[in-house]
Design a protein around this ligand. Structure first.
Ligand SMILES: [Zn+2]
Length: 201
């Protein structure tokens, strides 16, 4: 049995995705061995990110304030929206320099088996943007991951948008992306080409 502070650390670490009890235990003992300076640097980084970074009120990308940098940029086309699963996907797509519109971050993909239903994602918020009177959206590019859940999400959104706003074009990134893997692992050239060759959905 571990001393209570160590047990507490193991419990907290094992709440992280992909970290089982054994790994949590290994990490806890690693943290015990490193210098106070390194351990406190990690604790401070966690504290700072929680205090300073939140989600954009419009697109749910990461933001240091109510709006993210992209939503604040008046040069970005508000009538063109790219839908992604996670904030990390925004970074991948920005690196391609192919996209001049805005984003919408869903916060995951539909997966009924894992209990992730439409109301668990920012789908209603996307529909509200698409039908906004101020900036009628011309095109929604669906850039969810080329995985089973990403594809299911793309089809769900395409049907929903078609019903709410028939004049909005819905497109999907071209194939060429490695099937079954996440967008964040695609190289810039492949992702850039997939963007340029997007097709109607
Ligand atoms: Zn934003």
């Amino acid at each position: 049995m571990h001393a209570p502070p160590i047990q507490r650390l193991i419990t907290e670490l094992s709440k992280l995705p992909g970290i089982g009890t054994r790994t949590a235990q290994r990490l806890a003992f690693h943290l015990l061995r490193i210098s106070e300076q390194d351990a406190f640097a990690l604790a401070d980084a966690i504290r700072e990110v929680k205090l300073r970074v939140s989600f954009c009120e419009v697109c749910f990308n990461l933001a240091e304030g109510p709006l993210c940098r992209i939503c604040q940029d008046a040069r970005r086309d508000p009538e063109l929206i790219c839908v992604v699963e996670e904030p990390v996907d925004v970074i991948s797509i920005e690196r391609t320099h192919e996209f001049t519109g805005r984003y919408h971050v869903l916060g995951g993909a539909l997966s009924p088996i894992d209990g992730i239903d439409p109301e668990d994602l920012k789908i209603a918020e996307l529909y509200a943007r698409v039908t906004s009177a101020e900036h009628p959206v011309r095109e929604v590019v669906i850039a969810t991951n080329p995985t089973t859940t990403g594809e299911a999400t793309a089809l769900h959104l395409a049907a929903g948008i078609r019903e709410l706003s028939p004049e909005t074009n819905v497109t999907r990134l071209a194939s060429g992306l490695p099937v079954g893997s996440d967008l964040e692992y695609a190289d810039e050239l492949t992702l850039g080409r997939a963007f340029a060759g997007r097709r109607a959905l």
